[in-house]
Design a protein. Sequence first.
Length: 238
Amino acid sequence: MQKILIVKTGGTFPDYAVERGDFVDWTARGLGLASDRWENVDVQAGAPLPDPAKFAGGVITGSHDMVTDGFPWIEDAKAWIRRAVDARLPLLGICFGHQLMADALGGRAGYHPDGLEIGTADITLTDAAGDDPLFRGLPECFPGHVTHSQTALELPPGATLLATGLHDPHQSFRVGESAWGVQFHPEFDAPAILDYITRRERELAENNLDATRIRATVRDTPESASLLGRFAAYCLSR
């Protein structure tokens, strides 16, 4: 019985993780799988990444690190992504994972020219999403939680753009048949993004951003959250 691998590239704030669990926990909950149907590897801590052929799919988490930091583990993760795509392993990269996938596969990640995006944003699907296994049947526009300073500045050659937004033109893409990146956070809920806004208030003020206005954008994101379960179903049905 093959499992889904969660590649941990980072975690939430330590005190918040004690209270509500970490990125891996949120992701596993969103996948909706029994505990024996998934496992995780902490690549940020230096754990070796396994053979992609042993798994039904892989999810690459978000991180408070930046793709451009150049840490050895980031380069190891990019090399593994290329191996996984070559092996046709279904992948889902979230935020940092989305940017990492873009960078690994021939695109380019870096700081967004317009700075930080945080809160709940409108995710607008492209026409290509209508035939996509993950996005098919979702509304043309739906809310998704966002918190990021870097972005996929350039998509990989041949990538299909699946979703866009007012701040970030690359909210989702797919490479080949089954390697997806999403800039937004399907694993976050409204309390989590509100906590991130509070913790970044000083940074927001320094960037002339109004925390009160940003808090007012926050709402539930059931369509975004459904992508994790959709991904799990896709992986396990192949």
